[in-house]
Write a new protein. Structure first.
Length: 447
């Protein structure tokens, strides 16, 4: 895919180990400088075509200085600090680290293997209390696969189970562990309306009656929570107490209700309910979202979608179109992207392809790039530390060998919180192990 005035870069970098003194830079009117105590050796990315995704816009022939895990300076002609490692981008793209806004990274290794799949709960009709943070595995082999493709942050979320509610999501970074958690309880998921061939929740009236009763139970529980366990206390709710507890931040408008809905009429009904009850809402899926784009925009509800969904795989998405993202974006809806939704844990790396296809079908290039960088940062409430290449932000920075939204392009260097990530995954190691079949010293499996 063609991008304006972008060139290409080659350079991969391994950081040294010792901490250095505060780097010196040469400030100018166009250079932003932060005084940051370094904890890692500084790195200067020079002569990049920098998509800051912030107020500075896109900078040609610009430098990015990383120090102490943060972005220390952005602009032209930054002097390399003593002992800094320098990457000459040679005009090629530099972007913030990418974010995939619906995955099962860290909680699912193989979808069909129960032992390695902690992505859904089935112990009750409602599982609002199901919390992905109880299962995060920082050693998942799928994390490096996404990371070397430029993905540095993800929303890790449960998948739909038999209940209307199916749990709490979290924001993770994909850098050095063991603690990958950035933000717990980033939202509670609910399915309102049949999705695909799954009819375990019953008809739409069945789903909505359970949903309304559960939300009413939660409001009543929180209004009388102090007396819940007292003799004669209010215990009329059919919903489990742990799920009522989980819904407290939702009914108070502190945490978004993430509503999976595809059909236009389901979306309208969800918008009406959340507005009437003053809830924060984010839409997931929204394959017919373009048909109600004005309603979504007027409600200021962001949408998570897969832009390559085209054919109507079920009756709830007869209106699916490749132009969904572009039409929603043109209407003023904040669009952010999920990976290919047939297996988001395996395909988190495809967010660039999803964004690229949105551009091919009418979405402005920088809007599509924002949909996997600055926009999800704002939607998920982490914009103070991530999402743009700006001074003071976490140094999640990716250097590319070509257009980031082209499937033939790839990162040459990935930094997460200032750490230079090894460009290695289980897939690349298998490739290296078996690519030379004429090697006399064959791997063990060939012996």
């Amino acid at each position: 895919m063609k991008y304006a005035t972008l060139a290409t870069l080659t350079a991969a970098l391994a950081l040294g180990a010792s901490a250095l003194a505060q780097p010196a830079v040469t400030p100018s009117s166009s250079v932003m400088v932060a005084q940051l105590p370094p904890t890692n050796p500084p790195v200067l990315i020079r002569h990049g075509h920098v998509f800051t995704m912030g107020s500075a816009g896109t900078l040609s022939n610009a430098d990015v200085l990383i120090s102490g895990g943060k972005i220390a300076a952005v602009g032209p002609n930054i002097v390399a600090p003593a002992n800094a490692r320098v990457i000459d981008a040679k005009g090629k793209p530099v972007t913030p680290g990418l974010m995939a806004s619906y995955t099962q990274l860290g909680i699912e290794e193989l979808e069909l293997d129960n032992e390695s799949n902690d992505s859904s709960g089935d112990q009750a009709i409602n599982t609002a209390a199901f919390d992905v943070t109880d299962a995060i595995n920082p050693n998942s082999t799928l994390i490096p696969v996404a990371r070397i493709a430029g993905v540095t942050r993800v929303l890790t979320a449960p998948v739909a189970g038999p209940g209307v509610f199916y749990g709490k999501a979290a924001i993770l970074h994909l850098g050095n562990g063991p603690d990958l958690l950035v933000k717990p309880n980033a939202g509670v998921f609910v399915t309102l309306g049949p999705v695909g061939s799954d009819d375990s929740r019953g008809t739409r009236p069945d789903t909505w009656s359970v949903f309304r009763e559960t939300m009413d139970d939660a409001r009543e529980y929180w209004a009388h929570r102090a007396g819940y366990h007292l003799p004669g206390g209010s215990r009329d709710q059919r919903t489990l107490r742990i799920d009522l507890e989980a819904l407290g931040p939702v009914i108070r408008g502190e945490v978004p209700l993430i509503v999976h809905a595809e059909r236009a009429s389901d979306i309208r009904q969800a918008l009406k309910y959340t507005a009437a009850n003053k809830l924060k809402m984010i839409l997931l899926g929204a394959e017919e979202g373009w048909m109600v784009a004005k309603d979504i925009a007027d409600a200021h509800v962001p949408v998570i979608l897969d832009s390559v969904t085209n054919l109507p795989f079920h009756f709830s998405s007869i209106g699916a179109t490749l132009k969904n993202a572009a039409r929603l974006d043109a209407a003023g809806v904040t669009v952010i992207f999920e990976p290919q939704n047939d297996d988001p844990s395996q395909y988190a790396r495809t967010v660039t392809q999803i964004a690229g296809n949105a551009v091919a079908n009418g979405m402005p290039y920088e809007h599509a790039l924002a949909a996997i960088t600055s926009r999800p940062a704002a939607v998920w409430g982490i914009a103070n530390s991530y999402g743009t290449v700006e001074v003071g932000k976490d140094a999640d920075v990716v250097v590319w060998d070509g257009d980031p939204l082209e499937v033939t392009s790839a990162p040459t260097a990935v930094f997460i919180r200032g750490d230079n990530m090894p460009m290695v995954s289980r897939q690349t190691m298998l490739r290296e192990r078996y690519k030379n079949l004429k090697d006399k010293a064959k791997p063990f499996a060939y012996r």
